[in-house]
Design a protein around this ligand. Sequence first.
Ligand code: PEP
Ligand code: MG
Length: 575
Amino acid sequence: MIQGIGAAAGVAFGKAFVLPHWELDLPDTEIDAVDLAKEFERLYEGIRTSKNEIEYIKNEFKEMVGDEESHIFDAHLAILEDPVFMNEIQGLIERQYKAAEVAVKEAIDHFVSMFDLLDDEYMKERAIDIKDVGNRLLKHLLGAPEVTLPSDTQPYILVARELSPSQLAHLNPSHVLGIVTMSGGMTSHSAIMARAIGIPLVSGIESRLDKPIQTGEFLIVDGDHGHLYINPEEHVLERYISIHAEQRKKKEQLQLLSSVDAVTKDGSYFHLAANMNSLKELDMALNNGANGVGLFRTEFLYMDRAAFPTENEQFEVYRQVTEKAKGSSVVIRTLDIGGDKQLDYFSLPEEENPVLGYRAIRICLDQTELLQTQLTAILRASIYGDVKVMYPMISSVDEVRQANEILKRAMADLDSRGISYNPDIKVGIMIEVPAAVTIADLLADEVDFFSIGTNDLVQYVLAVDRMNEQIAHMYQPFHPAVLRMLRTTVEAAKQAEIPVSVCGELAGDERAIPLWLELGVQNLSMSPLSLLKVKHRILNTDAEEARQEAAACFKLRRSNEIEDRLTRFIKQNQL
Ligand code: PEP
Ligand code: MG
């Protein structure tokens, strides 16, 4: 067995198809000065053809998986328009008399090695994008053929050195059972795309192979654990055949629950909504029976672009989501950037402690026009369904009041433009900073609802950076301090008679169901992928029994004891 990175979940097995590695054959002579104009014309023609091709692939991919992932190709188009990249190529032709293909190859190598030197996974992945675009351009300049994947054979496991987004966009999930790549990690665009199409992917195995994989060899790809088997023994294959069948059966069984209410055996009802990081996830969420959107992370609207989205652009997206939700509520969270979420066009200051720094509502209350534009767009969408606004990272009453002042300004602006909106729009806050928990009673008087963001709350309560692998074992959502914070928040909400929901990752963790029953939390919002799993557990839970378990957990002193006890309890109701 070879241990790689499980970059997209699921298991697959079949014969390997190894994508041939295309070797470049570049001219080694200089061009004549008189041919400069001709060389530039070749270059521009190559760029035009490449652009048309990328546009075409982008549209194809959009049809397959939706808008969000197809934006990856906008980044590719942008590379072909990037003045630094293009100046480098033009300079090599003009000043060093290099042939267009040589200039392109040298420019790619230069930028790729520069990005590779940076100790930053994201930039390393972007180097793959430059290679992908550059190679496309090179192919046109050299007239080399595009490598096409077989479509008339049995479905296969695709093996590639690295798989570019363009290549992935061409994949037909009914031909490609699984993917293995030599390089690449979890954050590569290819991994994001493989997850979106639902093809299991194991990557990063290059250094673990004794010899290259050959077309026709039998492979098992286990994207859940990052395992790869080459020509496995019979008993291993048998095991995977049954895992595969089991996974399929579970998926089909769970899908049957999409239109069923989430009610415990003894009648306790849960309202399960979806967290949304992209438009594509909305369809998956609705397919999985989500009751609306409990957390619309609007950051993606601001990313992968050159400037802030306009009011109209935002309005269009908010309206679309609201209409698709068909009357179920859509909780739109205002911009939550800073910390690990950065925007290319908005330079945030270098900070010693970014997660304790200039982020989320703090930025929005400093750059108020940003918040006002977003709130105006949200208000305009509010007449199309049940839209709610939510402010992130609130730590004081003042912040809520200031944000609401801006909301009023947005309303006044719409009044003056004669545009309608819901003047009674519900306004809530994320409870994700310990200060907000301790003054939850005061905050409850200011807002219409709470939503507990356990991801940040755990980080801040325990003083454990949620991004730091070295202390990942200390990031304990079942820590007694976290449980107490949950209780304080829920009690304050009950006292003020406002609804409270949970939208951090803990909401999608089946083991936490007894805690919600004991606390009296009925609203959960989670990743669309978790919805059916959690619903299944709820349907198999006896609320009274679960409450007793949770009550016992609230008396325990150590995270591990709590986690173990809840894990044991939930295992009794195994699917
Ligand atoms: C949270 O902090 O729990 C949350 C839901 O928000 P995010 O993960 O976007 O910070
Ligand atoms: Mg948060």
